[in-house]
Design a protein. Structure first.
Length: 365
């Protein structure tokens, strides 16, 4: 019991270090974004919100070497990836602007606390099939109610496979399946601040009440080094993800470790993103000897957009969860759009390889 309590306390304290960006936008006197404008922005993409006043949803997706088909990756606003357990495969977290916006998605996997920490300021609704002990502690610490396949079962989730082989069962779900069950599961579709907005004395106060902090500070990125046509993110000897820039669409097209396109089983189309953020963090092996924890207080990294690359520094923000800076310390805004965000560090074998159109390795500087 003492070990559990210490682990829970450590998790809460570690997460609290990332909560700078949870402060309501507009608390600074020189805030350039009005309450009305900020409320109209999607906190995940910085684009005009299509589901204003609703909590985002975060779906944990299995990404093992035997994952097979994966649903929903091409429609996610943000895709997070990191080694969270072991070294043979990464885990994925797909973030959507609301629960209603979630398409058919899966295979749904257990929750990982790394992604819960990164999305707590946006009050994202976790969609999961169980949780790691660290994620379960985090949910308990912050009293976050998830939508869990282990409790909702076939009322909200579909499965492929046979019950005699539970590890081989592939669970999928969708916003259409889960939204009607949210209330009975104790999950609010609206941010907690929406209650304050309902009793606001003015329209301006109402907008102030329902705003969620931005994940990133969005705008037009200046500078950058041109000619970054592809990047390979190597998490381990067995796990890597690569991207090739498509100038026609402005997207970075995603590929698996074996070089085959990462497609969305819903559409058959290759997943692509407007922004790539690869954040270097100091990982540590936790006391179970298997799970990885990450230092979310600060780090370096690279940012790619529009065929250009920036060498960056990152840390918790004031007006956003993550604040991004150029290597010289000047603020760097992220262009509005979809994003892929990877976390990696000093685990043996991890590296980022940038190449130009000729396939020659280049640096971000």
């Amino acid at each position: 019991m003492k070990k559990f309590t210490l682990a829970l306390t450590a998790l809460c304290l570690a997460a609290a270090m990332t909560l700078t960006g949870c402060l309501p936008l507009g608390t600074q006197a020189d805030d350039a974004v009005s309450a009305r404008e900020a409320a109209a922005l999607d906190p995940l993409t910085g684009e005009l919100a299509r589901w204003p006043g609703q909590r985002p949803a975060s779906v944990f997706v299995y990404n093992g070497m035997d994952a097979g088909r994966q649903w929903g990756i091409g429609e996610a606003s943000v895709v997070f990836e990191a080694l969270t357990e072991g070294e043979s495969s990464t885990s994925l977290c797909l973030a959507y602007p609301s629960l209603e916006a979630v398409p058919k998605v899966g295979p749904v996997a257990q929750a990982q606390d790394l992604y819960l920490q990164l999305l707590i300021c946006q009050q994202a609704i976790p969609v999961q099939r169980g949780a790691s002990i660290y994620a379960a502690n985090f949910l308990d610490c912050y009293q976050i109610s998830p939508l869990d396949a282990l409790s909702l079962g076939v009322k909200g989730f579909n499965y492929e496979g046979v019950w005699s082989q539970p590890d081989q069962i592939s669970w999928t779900t969708s916003g259409a399946s889960l939204t009607p069950l949210a209330a009975s599961a104790g999950v609010s579709l609206e941010p907690q601040a929406a209650a304050a907005a309902a009793s606001a004395d003015s329209e301006a106060e109402a907008y102030e009440g329902i705003r969620l902090p931005l994940l990133l500070l969005f705008g037009e990125p200046a500078g950058g080094k041109e000619g970054a046509s592809s990047v390979e993110v190597i998490f381990s000897a067995d796990a890597s993800t690569s991207f090739t820039y498509d100038a026609g669409t402005g997207h970075y097209l995603m590929a698996r470790a074996d070089g085959t396109p990462q497609t969305d089983a819903n559409t058959g189309a290759q997943a692509g993103f407007d922004n790539l953020l690869i954040l270097y963090s100091a990982p540590s092996l936790r006391d179970d000897g298997y799970s990885w924890g990450y230092d979310l207080t600060m780090g370096a990294g690279v940012y790619l957009n529009g065929g250009s690359v920036w060498s960056i520094l990152w840390m918790p923000g004031v007006d956003s969860t993550l604040a991004i800076y150029n290597s010289d310390g000047t603020a760097l805004e992220i262009r509005p759009g979809t994003s892929y965000i990877a976390l990696m560090g000093s685990v043996a074998g991890q590296e980022v390889v940038l190449r130009d159109s000729a396939g020659t390795e280049i640096s971000a500087n």
